[in-house]
Design a protein around this ligand. Sequence first.
Ligand code: KIV
Ligand code: ZN
Length: 527
Amino acid sequence: MSFNHPNFGRLDENRIIVFDTTLRDGEQSPGFSMNLNEKIRMAEALTDLGVDVIEAGFAIASIGDFESVKTIAETVGQRADSPVLASLCRANAADILRSAEALLPAKRKRIHIVIATSDLHMKYKLRLEPEQVIEQSINSVKLARQHADDVEWSAEDATRSDMDFLARCVEAAIDAGATTINLPDTVGYAIPDDMEAMFRTIRNKVPNIDKAILSTHNHNDLGLGVANTLASLRGGARQIESTINGIGERAGNASLEEIVMAIRTRQDAMPYSNNIQTKQLLGLSRLLATVTGFDVQPNKAIVGRNAFAHESGIHQDGVLKMASTYEIMTPESVGWAKNSIVLGKHSGRAAFRDRLNTLGYKIGDNQLNDAFRRFKDLADRKKVVFDEDIVALVDDEVMRDHERIRFVSLDVRTGTKAQPSAELELEIDGVTKQAAAVGDGPVDATFKAIQKLFPHHATLQLFQIGAITEGTDAQARTTVRLEEDGKLVDGQGADTDTIVASARAYIHALNKLLVKRERTAPAAMAS
Ligand code: KIV
Ligand code: ZN
């Protein structure tokens, strides 16, 4: 690359900038929400992972969004190894000034402007003439450049735009000072050939194209997000926008871990480089699942429970003889531990901490004490403690230590002879409260007791129980989905006692609802 990028300098022509938008596009999707602490924790983990840019949020969207961009700028943004921190804006002064203000403390920052360029979006959504879109692009990029040297301009719905018009917009945005040009497949409509062709066309048509990095941003509506991202690289894109676990609007965004491992595994076909520490991918995926309450599906590439599991005898035999017969990458290279049977009741704190580190958790001493106490308790009840058990207990207890409603204890009576009843103790905003309730069954009684302690009008949409590992002493993993005013949240809980796991899941979902309540959706948020 011939030009000197304000944040990255002169880059090797095969160096890929990894732009993570889990905290913006990912968090924007229905049912997903993170509170401030969770966003900071994610931003720290993304920094350790080695991403180049973190899109921390959409500062004008709400006070909560502004605060989270600002706080990430004040914390992660002060680290010596801080990625570039970005905040999204529409192409208007209010959005840009709000982003600039939130990003002010960051050592390395980027203002990201989006405006639609397809006829459909310009006519029906923006109600702007094409010339007005060019004018707004120029004015907004110029304004943003007064607050940041690094400005990204995105053409929303680029893949359905007229290529001549798109090329004019790109040229104007670069002339105005944009240093990254992003051409998203906003609605997940394109196929890989389209992506490669679009980037080649824009590179051929735009005379000043060598003054900016080209970026690709793909949604997964046809399941092609990753394929489209890789095809864009062939066409000349050198920044990929993606999310952990592929979370995002509708069917999600292209998944970061899949793109990175495809490039790493197929260097013969894609000789690109990046800074991602791939061993941290699994830990980050789990952290995200914990804070959002959404697990990835078992067969999800790279980070799903079955991604490296070999069920058929023929495959197992092959893998034992030579792993590469059926494994195209090693499980360890993305963070899976070699042996999933870990500790027992005689294991000490050091071994426990070591195991947590291997599993991708970095926790402070207080949290370690809590986790260790719960681990000992579990080891007393359960013969063998697996990695999955440890992940569940850390996720369940320690990672939620900042939540407003916390589970303390539960006693249930049930059977065929008496009416099921529950006595529950919760800590709400630091105050311990008790309530008792009866119900149709022990779960119903428990949920009614929660309702007494924390009155709410959310309705239960889904209640699901599964076992984390095998055996009758396995921990139950429960999922509870609540709905309130059209907002959906999923909560998860784990315990060897199914009713306790159910209570924990319900409480987790309630806490997520509280986060949702504090936030207001912006009027016209880009996907
Ligand atoms: O999908 C999209 O077009 C976006 C833009 C804001 C980049 O998310
Ligand atoms: Zn998007």
